[in-house]
Design a protein around this ligand. Structure first.
Ligand code: SF4
Ligand code: SF4
Length: 361
C-alpha cells in the first residue's frame, strides 16, 4: 500500500561522524563547509550512549566516519561500544592516521568491516586529488593490514572528471588490494563538491564510457569482487532514493551531536535539528522538526504527489532540490519530470579546469 502519511519506520543505519578533522583535503568531501572544531566533539560516553540508543531503535549497522575517524584517540573504545551495543561496525577511513597497531586494536575490539577510499590509480594523481603527499602509499599499506587481519575490505572509489577514465585500473587496484567489494561512488554535489562542481564534473561521454565499462568489469570479475555503482546524479533521468527516504531508514550524528536525516541536511535553511546532548535518539527520530519535515509523502508537490514512483524514490534528494532550485520541497531537478530539469543538463555541461578548492578546517 502506498504511504501517504508520516509512517514511522525503524532506522537501520547510523552514520556516526566522529570528527571533522582529516589530514586530507579531498575537493569532493561531503563534510559541510563549516566544520565542527575538535573542542565541540562528543566525548566517548556520549557516543556509547548514542550507539546503545541506536540499537534500541532498531539500528543494525554503525558507520564510523568523519572526517578521518583515526583522528579520534578513543577509536578502539568507540568500536568496543558499538560491539557491546550489538551493532555491526564499519570503519570508513582515508587510511591516513590509522597505524597497523591501531588497526590491530580495532580488530581485537570487534571491528567488523573497513572501507578505504582511493583517489586514483597512480600515486601522483591520487595524492594530488587528496591534497596530501604520500596518501596513496599509506592506503596500500593499511589495506594490506586489513586483509592480513581477515577483516572484509571495501574500496570506495569516488569518481569525477580527473579519474573516471581510470575506472578499470581502479577496480584492478581494488582487486590487487584484496577488496571483496568496490563502490564506484560518483561525486555528489553538496558541501565541498558543490564548491568544486565545475572542476569535478565529468563529460557526458566519460559517463557513458564508464557505465559501459562497469558492465564489462562486472562480467569479467564475477565471483572475484562485487562492483557497486550508481549513475551520477546530473547525468541521470531519475533521481536516487536519497537516504532511502527522509527520516525513514537512516540517521546521521555530527561530531558535535546534531542529528540529521542525511549528511547534507544542514544546507537546507530553516530546519531545526536536535542534539543528542539534550534528547534521546528515539525522541529525535520520532519528534524532531527536521526529521518530520519531509517524512512520508504528504509534503510533496506535483509532479511527485501523484507519481507512481513517489514511494520508490521519495521525490529524490531534498538537499539537491534546494541547492538547484532554492526550494527544498521541489521535485529533485535530476528527475526528467521536474519543471527545472533543464538546469541539470546545463550544469552537467559546465566543466572548468580551475584549481580545486581543497577541503580544509
Ligand atoms: S572525503 Fe577526503 S577530506 Fe573528506 S573526510 Fe574523507 S578523506 Fe577526509
Ligand atoms: S516525479 Fe517525483 S516521484 Fe516521480 S519519478 Fe520524478 S522525482 Fe520521483
Amino acid at each position: 500500500m502506498a504511504e501517504t502519511g508520516k509512517a514511522l519506520h525503524n532506522p537501520l543505519g547510523l552514520l556516526a561522524e566522529l570528527t571533522h578533522r582529516c589530514p586530507l583535503g579531498c575537493p569532493y568531501c561531503s563534510n559541510p563547509l563549516a566544520l565542527d572544531p575538535r573542542q565541540d566533539e562528543l566525548d566517548t560516553p556520549t557516543w556509547a550512549r548514542v550507539f546503545a540508543e541506536a540499537a534500541g531503535l532498531g539500528v543494525l549497522q554503525v558507520h564510523l566516519s568523519g572526517g578521518e575517524p583515526g583522528a579520534r584517540r578513543d577509536l578502539a573504545d568507540l568500536v568496543a561500544a558499538a560491539r557491546s551495543a550489538g551493532l555491526y561496525s564499519n570503519l570508513i577511513t582515508s587510511a591516513v592516521g590509522i597505524t597497523a597497531d591501531t588497526l590491530r586494536q580495532l580488530a581485537d575490539t570487534g571491528l567488523d568491516h573497513v572501507q578505504i577510499s582511493i583517489q586514483d590509480n597512480t600515486p601522483e594523481s591520487a595524492d594530488r586529488i587528496a591534497g596530501y603527499a604520500g596518501a596513496f602509499a599509506r592506503k596500500q599499506a593499511l589495506a594490506a593490514e586489513v586483509v592480513r587481519l581477515k577483516i572484509p575490505l571495501t574500496v570506495n572509489a569516488v569518481m569525477h572528471r580527473a579519474n573516471i577514465d581510470h575506472l578499470g585500473d581502479m577496480v584492478a587496484l581494488a582487486l590487487w588490494l584484496g577488496a571483496s567489494r568496490v563502490e564506484i561512488a560518483h561525486a555528489q554535489y553538496y558541501g565541498w563538491a558543490l564548491k568544486n562542481r565545475a572542476a569535478l564534473m565529468p563529460t557526458t561521454d566519460q559517463v557513458k564510457r564508464a557505465a559501459a565499462e562497469v558492465e564489462t568489469l562486472r562480467t569479467r570479475h564475477r565471483g572475484e569482487i562485487v562492483i557497486d555503482a550508481v549513475v551520477p546524479d546530473y547525468h541521470a533521468r531519475l533521481p536516487k532514493p536519497c537516504v532511502g527516504g527522509w527520516g525513514r531508514r537512516s540517521l546521521n550524528v555530527t561530531p558535535a551531536g546534531k542529528v540529521l536525516p542525511c549528511h547534507a541536511a544542514e544546507t537546507i535553511p530553516g530546519l531545526e535539528f536536535w542534539s543528542v546532548r539534550e534528547h534521546s535518539l528515539a525522541d529525535i527520530w520520532a519528534n524532531s522538526p527536521a526529521f518530520n519535515a519531509f517524512r512520508g509523502t504528504a509534503w510533496m508537490r506535483e509532479p511527485c504527489r501523484s507519481c507512481a514512483r513517489r514511494d520508490v524514490d521519495f521525490g529524490g534528494c531534498r538537499c539537491q532540490a534546494f541547492a538547484l532550485t532554492g526550494d527544498a520541497r521541489a521535485t529533485d531537478p535530476v528527475c526528467h519530470l521536474a519543471p527545472e530539469h533543464d538546469k541539470v543538463a546545463a550544469l552537467a555541461a559546465e566543466q572548468h579546469d580551475e584549481p580545486y578548492t581543497y577541503r580544509r578546517m
